[in-house]
Every structure is written in C-alpha cells, then in structure tokens.
Design a protein around this ligand. Structure first.
Ligand code: HEC
Length: 229
C-alpha cells in the first residue's frame, strides 16, 4: 500500500517535471520566435538608413533653392550663431570672427582673428567659402574641419541651412553669384527638392502680407539677381 503511494508520488513528480520541461520549451520557443522578427526588423531598417545617407550626400542645387529661400527665417536661425558671431558691416570679432561678406570670400577672411591650425589646414585645401563649403561646415563643423575651434554641433535641417546661407549672403555678399540651376543635382533629388521648393514658395507667397517691409525687400534683392541665370 505504502509502496503504491510512493510510486504515485514518484510518477507525480515525474509528470510534474515533464510538465515543467514542456512549459520551459514553450516559453523558450516563444522567446526564440519573438527574437526572429526583431532581427528581421533590424535588417529592414538597414536600407532606410542607407536611403537617409543618400539624402545627406546629395548636393544642394543652389540655383534652384536660393532664389526662393526665406531670408527672414534665415535671420531667425542666425540667433544660434550670435553667441559667437557678429555679422554687421564693421562688427567686432567675438569668440568667432565677424561674418560680414563671408559668403564667397576667402576662408579666414578676418585678418585680425586668431583662427585654429585646423582652419588654416582647411584653407589650404578649400580656400573659398562657396555655398557647398559653407553648407558642409554649418552641417557639422567639426566633421568638415576636424579640430576647428568653432564649438557648435551643427544644423542638420537642410531647409534651415538654405535659409541661413541666403541670409549670410544678404549680409555683404549679394555680389556673389547664385549658380544656374544644375540638373545634375536634381535627378536623384526629384522627390526631395519638390517639397522643399513648395515650402519655400509657400513662405514667399505669405511673406509680402505677413512680413515687415524689410524682409520683403531683402527677398526682392535676392530674386533680382537670378534672372541672369
Ligand atoms: C560657440 C561659438 C560659435 C558658434 C555658436 C558659431 N560659431 Fe562660427 N566660428 C566660431 C569660431 C571660434 C570660429 C573660428 C574657427 C577656427 O578657427 O577653427 C568660427 C568660424 C566660422 C566661419 C569661418 C569664418 C572664416 O573667416 O573663415 C563661419 C563661416 C562660421 N563660423 C559660421 C557660423 C554660423 C553660420 C554659425 C551659426 C549656425 C556659427 N558659426 C556658430 C565660433 C562659433
């Protein structure tokens, strides 16, 4: 009798153990199965990142975007630079050099300013602050001019940089020509450029009624230049 009971206990324990093993297998199976889609999700992400990279590499078609840039918005964006830079004609150098007439001018354009060795090295490779060079620098200063003493993280939003560069140009560099629209910069950018342009046009359309006369006049200035193109 007691022997039967013992066997019952042993059988029970055995069944219990088997049950636990089954549960563990099920659970680990679930874990295994949830892991698989995670990995797939990771691989699906990779092409997205590649596409994002392609957008960044694509050069901006200045001839298309500058004439419709929002200079007033660019002036507002310049607030981030003002901690270190003045831009008025004859303005003093601060932590950074005065930026009047910097667009299209020589790198290290202020004779009295103590630039870094990194900037001197950059000047040897790219002596002029053309639109592309400024754009690269403002996107990520320390990535473009490694070791620069301009401690500023950079501006990743392309439209903000376009507006900002249009504003910088309006400060003493109106004479620096806007290049003709460049089809070579457009094909891959077709979907990219269209919304940006539409947004800029929308801003321009609302500007004459909404913005003060000064902003409208500045826009007229920039738009007066490109007809040559
Ligand atoms: C924290 C201070 C700081 C901020 C903020 C800053 N800069 Fe600078 N900037 C500097 C310094 C310092 C230099 C000189 C860099 C060097 O010598 O390596 C410089 C250099 C430059 C130059 C090169 C000038 C020349 O003569 O070659 C340009 C263009 C420029 N800055 C634009 C900007 C713009 C546009 C912004 C805002 C988006 C900005 N900076 C924000 C400190 C700053």
């Amino acid at each position: 009798m007691s022997g039967d009971l013992k066997w019952n206990k042993i059988m029970g324990a055995g069944l219990g153990t088997a049950f636990v093993i089954l549960v563990v297998q099920q659970v680990s199976g679930m874990v295994y199965h949830t892991k698989t889609p995670e990995k797939m999700g990771y691989f699906v992400d990779a092409p997205d990142e590649a596409a994002g990279g392609a957008e960044v590499v694509l050069p901006t078609d200045w001839g298309t975007v500058l004439p419709t840039a929002d200079i007033a918005a660019g002036q507002a964006a310049f607030a981030r630079c003002q901690a270190c830079h003045t831009i008025s004609n004859g303005g003093a150098d601060g932590i950074g050099p005065n930026l009047w007439h910097v667009v299209g001018g020589p790198v290290m354009h202020r004779a009295g300013f103590a630039y870094s060795d990194a900037m001197a090295k950059h000047k040897a490779e790219a002596p002029t602050w053309g639109y592309d060079e400024l754009d690269h620098f403002i996107t990520a200063p320390n990535r473009y001019v490694s070791g620069t003493k301009m401690s500023f993280a950079g501006i990743r939003d392309t439209q903000v940089r376009i507006n900002l560069i249009a504003y910088l140009r309006s400060q003493g560099s109106d004479g620096y020509a806007i290049p003709a629209p460049d089809p070579a910069r457009q094909p891959g950018a077709a979907e990219e450029a269209a919304p940006a342009e539409a947004a800029a046009e929308g801003a321009a359309a609302t500007e004459p009624t909404a913005a003060p006369a000064e902003g409208a006049a500045a826009t007229a200035d920039v738009q007066a230049t490109p007809p040559a193109a």
